[in-house]
Design a binder for this molecule. Structure first.
Ligand code: DGY
Length: 324
């Protein structure tokens, strides 16, 4: 069996995979270039992809014997699941293991942007802390505010759980009536949330969802936190809203990544930005690599991968095994 791992990952994951076959790891800095990926995929039985690797119809044409593409991420908008299904390739992600780390980062951004942590630090570095003053470095108190969660799934709920400790009320954006608490309809959600935190995957339904109309309907002085995917937000409209009524934004993700220090959102005084580090803890990155490895090992051993996203491929394979 030939297994490709498209980045350096936890050594334990590589060791685990080595029990099932020859493991080839892309160890150079940055994502594997497309032409190398095309060459690698040609004789691979399994590939562990990163969110920076695009697995599309065109790549899959070169995949002669690929059984599984195991994404080391919970989001899988970099993989064309439909094309993989047609090509008979199983696709998996890594849910659960990064839930708490991502929820922590959403809170880190919320606290940093609302309490002006970064702005105050930068002012200190410029030597501007000349005296204590009643109106110096003011932020917005979280306590008593309403936190609005978009996407009340694993990560959204983990963010919500922490709200009680901060004395915040939680509402969630409901998809359809009847709305049971904490779900509310969109108009109520945007009218009442002091902070909106995004936890939906990027899909055709969510791309550009936070558009000009959405932002205009947010409360004056309210905050947007995005640890999900940049493509959910219309960045031009967000910049306009930040120049206007929005209190600020905490952004871990961008429509096109990576972005430089000169990106207008990164430089905006009302923004705290981080470089897609939602899952970036040692513990979580190790767990993600092991989870992706386990998905590969299952597929190669003829077992159903635990995080299978296109079960129809598995069912077709199982039926063929049964007939044989
Ligand atoms: C994911 O897993 O989708 C995250 O964005 C990675 O940090």
């Amino acid at each position: 069996m030939k297994i490709c791992v498209l980045s350096r990952v936890a050594p334990e994951a590589i060791e685990r995979l080595a029990q099932a076959g020859d493991v080839r790891v892309w160890t150079e800095p940055g994502p594997i270039p497309r032409d190398r990926l095309v060459a690698w995929i040609a004789d691979a039985d399994a590939v562990m992809t990163m969110l920076t690797d695009r697995v599309d119809r065109d790549l899959l044409k070169h995949a002669g014997r690929l059984k599984i593409a195991a994404n080391m991420a919970v989001g899988y908008d970099n993989l064309d699941v439909e094309a993989a299904t047609e090509a008979g390739v199983m696709v998996t992600n890594t849910p659960d293991v990064l839930t708490e780390a991502t929820a922590e980062l959403a809170w880190a951004l919320m606290l940093a942007v609302m309490r002006n942590v970064v702005g105050a630090r930068e002012a200190m570095l410029r030597g501007e802390w000349t005296h204590w003053s009643p109106d110096g470095f003011l932020g917005t108190e979280l306590h008593g505010k309403t936190l609005g969660i978009v996407g009340f799934g694993r990560i959204g709920r983990a963010v919500a759980r922490r709200a009680e400790a901060f004395g915040m009320r939680v509402i969630a954006l409901g998809r359809q009536a009847p709305y049971q608490p904490p779900y509310v309809d969109r108009a109520t959600f945007l009218r009442e949330a002091d902070v909106v935190s995004l936890h939906v995957p990027l899909s055709p339904a969510t791309r550009g969802m936070v558009d000009r109309a959405w932002l205009a309907a947010m409360r004056p002085g309210s905050y947007l936190i995005n640890t999900a995917r940049g493509g959910i937000v219309d960045e031009t409209a967000l910049l306009e809203a930040l120049d206007g009524h929005l209190g600020g934004a905490g952004l871990d993700v961008f429509a096109v990544e990576p972005v430089g220090g000169d990106h207008p959102l990164v430089r905006h005084p009302k923004v705290v930005a981080t470089p897609h580090i939602g899952s970036a803890t040692r513990e979580t990155r190790r767990a993600m690599a092991l989870r992706a490895a386990d998905n590969i090992l299952a597929a190669l051993a003829g077992r159903r991968p635990p995080d299978l996203l296109n079960p129809v491929v598995w069912e077709r394979r199982a039926a063929r095994r049964h007939d044989a």
